[in-house]
Design a protein around this ligand. Sequence first.
Ligand code: SAM
Length: 181
Amino acid sequence: MEGKDVEVIRIGHRSARDVRITTHVCLVARALGAGSAVICGEAANDVVESVRKVAEKWGGEFTARTGKTWKKALQGAKNEGRTIVHLTMYGEPVDAKIEEIRRSGKLAVVVGAEQVPGEVYGLADYNVSVTGQPHSEVAALALFLDRYFEGREMGTAFKNARVRVVPMARGKRVEETNIKG
Ligand code: SAM
């Protein structure tokens, strides 16, 4: 995963309906190897704060922030040299494009909420489907990142974690690390 730099752009966030799912988009992005998330749409300071708290406790350098508009977020990503991958059920199958996409140095992965503006399809470098069936941005993002990182994201060690899980067949154990803060 070295040298892989992935930003997730969540567009169309609605503060009354999407807090939980946008938080899950960010948590999946963090857990499965992305470096950052930009949330576009309505105010999402509550999401940014809860993701910040998770990252502070569980480690790593993932950050979430709010973006002014989806157009500015996509333009910003393009200016940073990111390849834009829009996840949509109408796109080309992920397995047909993932090797080509993997050769890009930096990515921005766009996921929608209710209605994705038609312009996004034209601005994206790739429109990619994770099956041609309607489902969820959380599932589409998780499967895309797993394909992109070829499963290696499962073994990520999160630096400066205050706590970590001790895996076990039964029961739950979380141990504190020696990081203070
Ligand atoms: N009908 C909406 C539209 O205008 O495209 C999509 C709504 S869907 C609940 C929310 C998001 O989940 C989509 O914007 C897309 O990013 C993602 N998504 C859902 N199903 C998908 C699929 N089969 N492949 C890729 N992404 C998918």
